[in-house]
Design a protein around this ligand. Structure first.
Ligand SMILES: Cc1cc2nc3c(=O)[nH]c(=O)nc-3n(C[C@H](O)[C@H](O)[C@H](O)COP(=O)(O)O)c2cc1C
Length: 372
C-alpha cells in the first residue's frame, strides 16, 4: 500500500461514513470521542459552494478536535468542482477533500452527479484530475459504489482510473446504485478493488459488529473500514471495534445510563445549535429511532420518541426507562415479574442490561490503551 495519508501509517483507521442529515458536527464529535479516527462531512453540493450558498456553507462547519476531517463534495462539472474544492480549502482548511461518486439519489444522479459518474468514466476522471490539481498538495480521496447496476459492476476499473488521477485513498461501498440500501454489500468486489490498486482502500457496507470488521480485515487487503448505519444506533461501536482488534475479546455496549447520557447530550447540543428547541428535537427523531434500536423495550421507546419536541421530555423518558430497567434487574426478580420486559427476548434483554464493562478503554487517535 502506498499512501500520503498519515492516518494509514501503521494503523487501521476507522472512518465514520458521511451521512446526509446524520453526520453533522455534533454527531461526528460523539463518534470521535468513541474512537472514530477519520471523519467526513455530509455531502455538500459543489454548485452550492460555487454559488456561495449560505446553507451549503453551514455544512462545512467543523471543529479542530474533529481532525483529520474531509469535506465531501458532489457534482459533475470538473471546473466547478475544482473551484468549489479550492473555495472549501480557503474557507475551512480541511485535511482532505472527498469526492462523492456513490450517491444513488435521483436528484443527484439526474444531474450526472454521485453514482451517475460510475457510468461516465471520462467525466469521473476529469472531475478527479481537476480537483486534485486545484487543491494540491492537499490530498483528495473518493467514495464509490461497486457499479451502476448488477450488469455494470466496474469498481476495479474505476479504482484504477481514480488512482491514476492522483486520488489518495478510496472508500468502496459494496452495493450498486440500483441496489440502493437493499440486498447485501458485495465484499468480494471490495476485496478485488483492494487487490487491484496500491492506494488505501476503505471497505464499507453492512459492518454492524467488531467481529465482522475483524473478519473483513482478514479476508481482504482493505486498509481501513467505514461505518455508517451501525454508528447511528451505537456510536460506541468504534470503541468496541478497536478493543476487539487489539484484544480479540468483545467489549459489551456501554451501560444503559451512559447510552442515555449520549442521547441527552446529543439532543441538548442540537437544540442549542438550532436555537429553536422544538424544531431541533423534531429533527432529531431519525437519530432517536436509531439510538433506540438496541435498547430494551425499543418499540415502546420508539412510540414515545415519535411525539417528543423538548429536551425535558427526552430526559423524562430516559429517567423512567432507567428506573424501569433497574426494577427488571433486581437480583431476586422472577422472570415472570410484571416489571420485566415482556416477550421472548426478556432474559436476553435483562442480561444485556446487566452487562457492565469491567475494563476501561481509553482511546487515543490511532491506538487503544486498555486499563483493567
Ligand atoms: C442516512 C444516510 C445518509 C447518507 N449520506 C451519504 C452522503 O452524504 N455521502 C456518501 O458518500 N454516502 C452517504 N450515505 C452512504 C453511507 O456513507 C454508507 O456508504 C452506507 O450507509 C453503507 O454503509 P453502512 O452499511 O455502514 O451504513 C448515506 C447513508 C445513509 C444511511
Amino acid at each position: 500500500m502506498s499512501t500520503t495519508l498519515p492516518w494509514f501509517n501503521a494503523a487501521f483507521p476507522l472512518y465514520l461514513a458521511p451521512m446526509a442529515g446524520v453526520s453533522d458536527k455534533i454527531f461526528r464529535q460523539i463518534c470521535k470521542r468513541y474512537g472514530a479516527d477519520v471523519l467526513v462531512t455530509e455531502f455538500v453540493s459543489a454548485e452550492g459552494i460555487f454559488r456561495r450558498n449560505e446553507r451549503t456553507r453551514q455544512y462545512l462547519d467543523f471543529d479542530d478536535r474533529e481532525r483529520p476531517l474531509g469535506v465531501q463534495l458532489f457534482g459533475a462539472n470538473p471546473a466547478h468542482m475544482a473551484q468549489a474544492a479550492k473555495q472549501v480549502v480557503d474557507w475551512v482548511g480541511p485535511d482532505f477533500i472527498d469526492l462523492n461518486f456513490g450517491c444513488p439519489v435521483n436528484k443527484v444522479v439526474a444531474k450526472n452527479g454521485g453514482s451517475a459518474l460510475l457510468k461516465d468514466c471520462p467525466t469521473l476522471s476529469s472531475v478527479a484530475k481537476a480537483v486534485v490539481r486545484a487543491v494540491a498538495p492537499l490530498p483528495v480521496t473518493a467514495k464509490i459504489r461497486i457499479g451502476w447496476d448488477a450488469n455494470s459492476i466496474n469498481a476495479v476499473r474505476v479504482a484504477e482510473i481514480l488512482q491514476e488521477c492522483g486520488i489518495a485513498a478510496l472508500a468502496v461501498h459494496g452495493r450498486t446504485r440500483a441496489q440502493g440500501y437493499s440486498g447485501e454489500a458485495d465484499w468480494r468486489v471490495i476485496g478485488e478493488v483492494a487487490e487491484a490498486v496500491t492506494i488505501p482502500v476503505i471497505g464499507n457496507g453492512d459492518l454492524f459488529s467488531a467481529q465482522e470488521v475483524a473478519r473483513r480485515r482478514t479476508e481482504t487487503k482493505i486498509a481501513g473500514v467505514m461505518i455508517g448505519r451501525a454508528a447511528m444506533s451505537a456510536p460506541w461501536i468504534f470503541r468496541q471495534i478497536k478493543y476487539y482488534l487489539v484484544t480479540g475479546e468483545p467489549l459489551p455496549a456501554p451501560e444503559l445510563s451512559e447510552r442515555w447520557n449520549v442521547i441527552i447530550e446529543h439532543c441538548r447540543r442540537h437544540a442549542d445549535d438550532w436555537g429553536d428547541e422544538e424544531q431541533a428535537i423534531r429533527s432529531m427523531r431519525a437519530h432517536l429511532m436509531a439510538y433506540s434500536k438496541n435498547f430494551p423495550e425499543a418499540k415502546a421507546l420508539r412510540e414515545k420518541f415519535q411525539h417528543v419536541s423538548a429536551v425535558a421530555e427526552i430526559e423524562d423518558i430516559a429517567e423512567a426507562h432507567q428506573r424501569a430497567s433497574r426494577e427488571w434487574l433486581l437480583p431476586n426478580a422472577s422472570p415472570l415479574r410484571p416489571g420485566c420486559p415482556p416477550g421472548r427476548k426478556r432474559a436476553r434483554t435483562c442480561r444485556q442490561m446487566a452487562h457492565g464493562s469491567t475494563q476501561h478503554v481509553e482511546l487515543q487517535s490511532d491506538s487503544v490503551i486498555i486499563n483493567s
